[in-house]
Design a protein around this ligand. Sequence first.
Ligand code: GCU
Length: 432
Amino acid sequence: MNRSLRVLVAGGSLALVSLLAAAPNPAITDETKVPPYTLPEPLVCADGTPVRTVAMWEAKRRPELRGLFTREVYGRTPASLPAALRFEVTAVDRGALGGTATRKEVTVWFAAKADGARMHLLIYQPNGRKTPAPVFLGLNFFGNHSVHADPGIRLASPFIYYDADRYRPAAPGTPVKSEQRGVHAEKWQIEAVLARGFATATVWCHDLCPDRVGGLGENVPALFATGGAEQRAGDAWGAMGAWAWGLSRAMDYLATDPELDARRVAVHGFSRLGKAALWAAAQDERFAMLVSMGSGCGGAALSKRIYGETVAIINDKFPHWFAKNFRRYNDRESELPVDQHQLLALIAPRPLYVASAHGDSWSDPRGEFLGAQGAEPVYALYGKKGLGVNAMPGLDTPVGATIGYHNRTGKHDVTAYDWAQFLNFAERCWPR
Ligand code: GCU
């Protein structure tokens, strides 16, 4: 194991800052180097009892697994809602996107104070539907204005400058550049979603928990005073927990809007926000479908393969994302009492779509496929057909029934091709 010794030279004196801090083992991206591993059984309880019925899965094994993911991986979600929770519809434009859609903006207040924690929810719904629209709901990386160039979208605040796919806080007074609008429009494909009769809803993850180590002292984590990245309890939540919590609060609003079909809300997410979407769907059964793209380590990919990003690497680089307890498994994945196929199994019997990109070895496409495959026994318990294949399908070949999967040519991204498959899957699972 690599060890690093960090030494700080301050004012001529030598201060030892951190001694023997473990550096993560390097990533493996060669399939022949994947060590043998044993996956924990989704359908065997901790006391060894096999699960043979849905009733037993729901009463015993499912809560047991949720408890393990809570304690060991993502941390606890506060049980009660803020007393001040309320929705304020701040704007409705029935003639958005050339008259094809209605744009709604809703502020979800978590605190009574005007400068307290809140999130801004942006919704587009197709005009001309006779029945409430099913919804794709997901968090975005760079502010609601990044998902479409529509000048009517309120600009995120504090404004974060987008540059080469990195967050850069803008200096106060930085003029908002018009090209910042719609920087992630390709990843959202809003017109394509609307054209197929779906609504789309999104929240900026930063509103819930800024994506930096100090973020755990701000916004929603601050509201619940759950502690900073290092100071919190071992099973306190991290950013993933706060992001997932925000998705559930968006769901709270969607359930109040008669123009939207709250029984058909697909929660989706890309990459780190795919991990958050998975955790949201695993906890909140109101999400009727889950779609993840390139969610990788701590998402759909099996941790025990230690292929691509590992537990140690992710905890080292993003110490604020998961519970501190997850660090116990840094370079000790074999000791994890759970693996990500069991997280996916918590979504059963709801439709689940896992997508990978072939060039995204960091997210371990094969590990994501195997994660989806490992959830199949629980879907089968409900009489649901899973992937319908025994081996990983070829490139750009979507497979599956209630569990869908594809491995797209290309890199870590969400593309028009990916969205076409998500929409096909949703239409198949939810016929009009
Ligand atoms: C990093 C991180 C991944 C994450 C990705 C993203 O690459 O290591 O775990 O999924 O960022 O969010 O784009």
